[in-house]
Design a protein around this ligand. Structure first.
Ligand code: ACM
Length: 542
């Protein structure tokens, strides 16, 4: 029985099957006809790619009467109300969909193109592995997500990933019904976004002379590999990525991380820093002490960055970082007090809120809203248009900035360090010695699956949580097999947490679903982490 992951809400099987088969394995004599509303090119082309390249059928646009697969724009009856107004204004769509398979045809009803993309993800999973001879049992499937924001973040700074790797990352995320691709484009170890008028971003800030071997804890004694590493995405590359994501019903949230995490930038343009010196693009991990200064040319540069992002990325939200900006340089620089006085910043702790406010205004100029890591809400609450990504969820050190964001009615996206950082180890204890090098801690498949994102919030506040996302930081992830190992199957677990919310099957049932899902990942060449406890001996549920 084909299996769908994340688990769909309702599926009822009926008598009979839908079949489509060529007369022989070598002929291509039978075509599949598709009919879809105007404007649904994205989901249709995604389905078509699968049918042509995996299932080996020729696909044609045809009239509804002739079609084997009909898409219809309509809100499936009985579906929930969809995203709230603030999210609808940001381009989030009602993702409810219904698939009805009869012996004659497949009918897909969806309220929006993104709903149609989720239906295509389900169909692609069900048809995967079939070639030249297709068969589906007849069924009615009704489905929709619990959380509007279901994100996957990807750090393309610590290690540079070529466009094909990025497209594949998006493909796999879309297949699991994630709908936001958070693209971390800059950090201390490499700047990946060209900005007109600043050629040294691509000539210098995009490259480092080597990378530390081993763990950052042993920085003092670890050797460097001495291999030049880096790269950047041309604007054409970026447009390709955005179009690829959009065709799969995913928003692309770009991130430029300021005013900390800028060591690569300051190597190319030391005039934006506090020391006047080029620190060198960072070749080890950890938090850099370097930050932006408060000079006019720095803000002029940031304006050009924001202009560039607004031109390349259609999503109304733009992430401008804000995490881990150390105050040391600001306290020591002789120019900072002068500039603070000129700008009316009362103390050093006011510098970060000042940056946030200026960035919020720059984005507002383009009709965009800022997203930032939870540091942006520390101290003075920022403009309510700023969206908070909550990551510092340590029990020991509870800043409660998530609750503050909810109380201040800033949008809140959960990126809890202890539940969604896929750069954490997947084993505690002695088993960890057999794991590839990772940043720290332990986050097992079961930990991800058992996470209740809303557990911390009273009901009145919980409605303000937009959703959550996985973080894929790549300090310790240098290549594709290692990436797959860290992300899958933990992303499968998170997809189900976010798609189904509290109303999801228990962990043993999830494991048995996963067991039936893994052949799909095998066919796609995903080098997922294979070992987890065997599932109990059940179930025939799809
Ligand atoms: C972060 O992990 N510094 C957001």
């Amino acid at each position: 029985m084909p299996c769908i992951l994340p688990e769909p809400r309702r599926i009822t099987f009926k008598e009979g099957n839908w079949r489509k088969s060529h007369l022989s394995h070598f002929s291509r004599d039978v075509r599949i006809g598709i009919h879809a509303p105007v404007g649904w090119r994205g989901p249709v082309s995604w389905l078509q790619k699968g049918l042509e390249h995996e299932q080996m059928f020729r696909v044609e646009d045809v009239s509804p009467e002739e079609a084997d697969i009909v898409f219809e724009k309509r809100l499936p009856s009985g579906s929930l109300s969809g995203p709230k107004d603030d999210l609808l204004m940001l381009g989030f769509q009602n993702e409810a969909y219904r698939i009805e398979v009869t012996p004659d045809r497949i009918l897909i009803a969806a309220a929006s193109a993104h709903g149609a993309s989720r239906a295509v993800a389900s169909l692609r999973q069900m048809l995967s592995g079939q070639r030249a001879r297709l068969e589906l049992p007849c069924f009615v499937l009704e489905d929709e997500p619990s959380f509007a924001w279901r994100g996957m973040h990807f750090d393309c700074s610590r290690h540079f990933w070529c466009v094909d790797d990025v497209l594949r990352f998006i493909d796999l995320a879309a297949l699991h019904k994630f709908n936001v691709f958070h693209w971390h484009l800059t950090d201390d170890q490499g700047w990946r976004l060209p900005v007109e008028g600043y050629p040294r971003l691509s000539d210098c800030a995009a490259w480092r002379d080597g990378t530390m071997v081993g763990h950052d804890c042993d920085r003092a004694t670890n050797p460097q590999d001495g291999i030049r590493h880096g790269g950047f995405y041309s604007h054409e590359d970026i447009r390709r990525v955005v179009a690829h994501a959009e065709a799969r019903g995913m928003h692309v949230l770009p991130e430029i991380d300021v005013p900390g995490h800028v060591q690569a930038l300051l190597t190319a343009y030391p005039e934006f820093g506090n020391t006047g010196l080029a620190p060198g693009v960072r070749t080890c991990w950890g938090i850099s002490p370097h930050t932006l200064n408060l000079e006019p040319q720095t803000f002029e540069f940031l304006e050009r960055v924001v202009d560039t992002l607004a031109e390349l990325f259609p999503f109304p939200l733009v992430h401008l970082g804000g995490d881990e900006a150390k105050t040391g340089e600001w306290m020591e620089s002789p120019r900072i007090p002068e500039r603070m006085a000129e700008l009316g910043i009362p103390d050093v702790l006011g510098i970060q809120p000042f940056f946030t406010q200026r960035l919020v205004e720059m984005l507002a100029h383009h009709g965009r809203r800022m997203v930032g890591w939870d540091e942006i809400i520390e101290g003075k609450a920022p403009d309510a248009s700023a969206v908070v990504m909550y990551w510092r969820d340590s029990e020991k050190n509870d800043h409660a900035l998530d609750r503050k964001a909810l109380e201040c009615r800033n949008g809140l996206v959960l990126a809890n360090w202890s539940k969604t950082y896929f750069d954490l180890y997947q084993e505690a204890g002695p088993g960890r010695d057999f794991e590839p090098l990772a940043i720290c801690g332990c986050l097992t498949l079961e930990d991800v699956y058992r996470w209740n994102p809303l557990a911390r919030y009273p009901e009145a506040l919980a409605t303000g949580v937009w959703g959550a996302q996985a973080q894929v930081w790549t300090e310790y992830i240098p290549n594709r097999p290692h990436l797959d190992y860290m992300v899958y199957p933990r992303a499968c677990a998170l997809s189900q947490v976010l798609w189904r919310g509290a109303d999801r099957e228990d962990f043993p049932h999830f494991l048995s679903r996963l067991e039936r899902h893994l052949p799909l990942l095998d066919r796609l060449g995903v080098a997922y982490r294979p070992s987890f406890p065997p599932p109990p001996d059940n179930t025939s549920q799809p």
